[in-house]
Design a binder for this molecule. Structure first.
Ligand SMILES: CC(C)(COP(=O)(O)OP(=O)(O)OC[C@H]1O[C@@H](n2cnc3c(N)ncnc32)[C@H](O)[C@@H]1OP(=O)(O)O)[C@@H](O)C(=O)NCCC(=O)NCCS
Length: 165
């Protein structure tokens, strides 16, 4: 994944030099348990799962694609710097993720989210959490909201997504 998709916004795979900026982007939202808590080591260890967005060369957003199996991957750790929100960065990050996953042969993607409306705009549908396999909850046990989780599960079939090998 490395493409210029908008005159201002480009989406590319993360590199080690991005780790500090990714950490700083995620930190305030992780503190509020909007996304998973990640320290720098965790970001290094999962770096190959991250895409970043640059807005006029400035790192403005990040997303992580975690594959569970052929038929399921999760879009997680999606954050756009508040200074760059509502400019299409989030959409391009998620669509970039979908193309990346579809190019690898993954057929379905889901997210657990508080921004249901955003994902609906991108063609996702709400599903029951119970429809998702148990293995997806292994990281959630570390969240303070685990016992009383009010995130919404959304998913999208990737069969219509154009692959981008
Ligand atoms: C949610 C988030 C990633 C959206 O990023 P963004 O760059 O502002 O989104 P975009 O500008 O690409 O918006 C794409 C579309 O979704 C809509 N949208 C954006 N945020 C929305 C929201 N919170 N609720 C409903 N719709 C939303 C936009 O209006 C736009 O609609 P359009 O296609 O009609 O123009 C960003 O607000 C963010 O980082 N939030 C804090 C962290 C978070 O909640 N992450 C999600 C974890 S699953």
């Amino acid at each position: 994944m490395n493409c210029l998709v908008n005159p201002h916004i480009s989406i590319r795979n993360a590199v080690v030099d991005d780790v500090e900026a990714i950490y700083q982007l995620l930190k305030p939202f992780a503190k509020k348990d909007i996304i998973l808590q990640r320290n720098r080591d965790n970001i290094f260890q999962h770096l190959q799962e991250f895409l970043v967005a640059e807005y006029d060369g400035i790192l403005a957003g990040v997303v992580c694609a975690h594959i569970y199996g052929r038929d399921l991957a999760e879009v997680r750790s999606l954050v756009v710097d508040p200074a760059y929100q509502q400019h299409g960065v989030g959409r391009l990050l998620v669509e970039g993720c979908e193309q990346w996953l579809a190019g690898m042969g993954v057929t379905r993607v889901f997210a657990l989210t508080y921004v249901t409306g955003f994902f609906i705009r991108l063609g996702y549908r709400i599903v029951s959490k119970e429809s998702l396999p148990h293995k997806i909850w292994t990281v959630c046990v570390h969240c303070s909201r685990f016992a009383d989780c009010d995130e919404v599960a959304v998913e999208k079939q990737l069969s219509d997504t154009i692959s981008n090998p």
